[in-house]
Design a protein around this ligand. Structure first.
Ligand SMILES: [Ca+2]
Ligand SMILES: [Ca+2]
Ligand SMILES: [Ca+2]
Length: 312
């Protein structure tokens, strides 16, 4: 109950959110990060050529650029996040991806916590020694370890989220803001679902990597359309994920990120609402998001000049 109460308090008072670090990539024509993390690195299964292209799609009236990750390809994510949860690795985190699957009907690995290095020390070709750690199943459900839920629709954009919480031992999946499965007693500190953290020789996890198949014939990898990917070093609660919503809910800002930090409620003298600015990113041409976007964005701190003064 205390945990739930904590979440509710954070809804009502977003400025009270504890500091957390976010790494974010928009896949808007390259593999760079909008938050200063390392570029994503493309690699491929043994016997498969590297293949990644960029394309555009209309999502609820907004044009979005995304990466087309071909079958058998994966992305190494050097996230830059440090160890937490009392262990040597990243033990508490939330992974969010805006993604579309052109083909649903077989297993597709969503992420892999194993390093997948080969003998030469690189991840190309991939040498994953074990199974992926979050999956899309052939019927559209997502999860792991025999517990799958929800329904991803083929050729439709979805916002998938995975919350790994070593404090509660839970591994929870969400589709478009709705919890679809949870494994309890599944997460241990520095266990299977922990992620290698910044500062170590191996400081990454992989998107869409898996060990299944034979050279030239991977069986659980892609294809995938990836519009944006984000990981943060905090285990968000269900209510916070619900506020993230689906791709369409926040179409102007695929996954709100720290780099977009601009927010101001200015009530001015006498309490009159004078300005409301939020989420102004360079690629939005300085256009403010609408009020709904602002209300749903719990991850930015808004300053109220009449109370806090300028420049927070
Ligand atoms: Ca596998
Ligand atoms: Ca694994
Ligand atoms: Ca994008």
């Amino acid at each position: 109950m205390r945990y739930l109460t904590g979440c509710l308090v954070l809804f009502l008072f977003p400025a009270l959110l504890p500091a957390e670090n976010i790494a974010h990539w928009n896949l808007d024509g390259d593999l760079s990060s909008s938050t200063g993390a390392e570029e994503l690195i493309l690699s491929a299964f043994a016997g498969i050529d590297e293949s990644l292209q960029f394309a555009s799609a209309d999502i609820d009236g907004e044009e979005a650029t995304y990466a087309v990750v071909a079958r058998g390809n994966a992305l190494t994510v050097r996230h830059g996040l440090g160890a937490n949860g009392g262990g040597s690795y990243l033990n508490n985190y939330t992974l969010v991806m805006d993604v579309r699957f052109p083909e649903v009907g077989d297993w597709i690995s969503l992420y892999q916590t194993t390093s997948c290095q080969n003998g030469a020390g690189s991840t190309n070709p991939l040498a994953c020694g074990n199974d992926g750690d979050w999956f899309l199943r052939g019927d559209g459900a997502i999860g792991i370890s025999g517990n799958y839920g929800g329904a991803v629709t083929g050729n439709q954009w979805h916002r998938l989220a995975l919350v790994v919480n070593s404090a509660t031992g839970t591994y929870t999946s969400y589709i478009d803001g709705v919890e679809v499965q949870q494994n309890t007693g599944a997460v241990t500190v520095d266990g299977r679902f922990s992620i290698y953290s910044a500062g170590a020789a191996v400081d990454w996890f992989l998107l869409f990597a898996d060990e299944s198949g034979n050279a030239g014939a991977p069986s659980e990898m892609g294809p995938i359309h990836l519009n944006a990917i984000q990981i943060r070093d905090a285990a968000l609660c269900a209510g916070e994920i619900a506020l993230l919503g689906s791709v369409d809910d926040l179409h102007r800002d695929p996954i709100l990120d720290a780099a977009a930090w601009v927010g101001e409620f200015n009530f001015g003298v006498g309490g009159a609402l004078q300005t409301l600015s939020h989420g102004i990113q360079s690629d939005q041409g300085g256009v403010s998001n609408d009020l709904e976007d602002v209300i749903k964005d719990i991850f930015h701190v808004f300053r109220i000049p009449m109370f806090s003064g300028a420049g927070t």
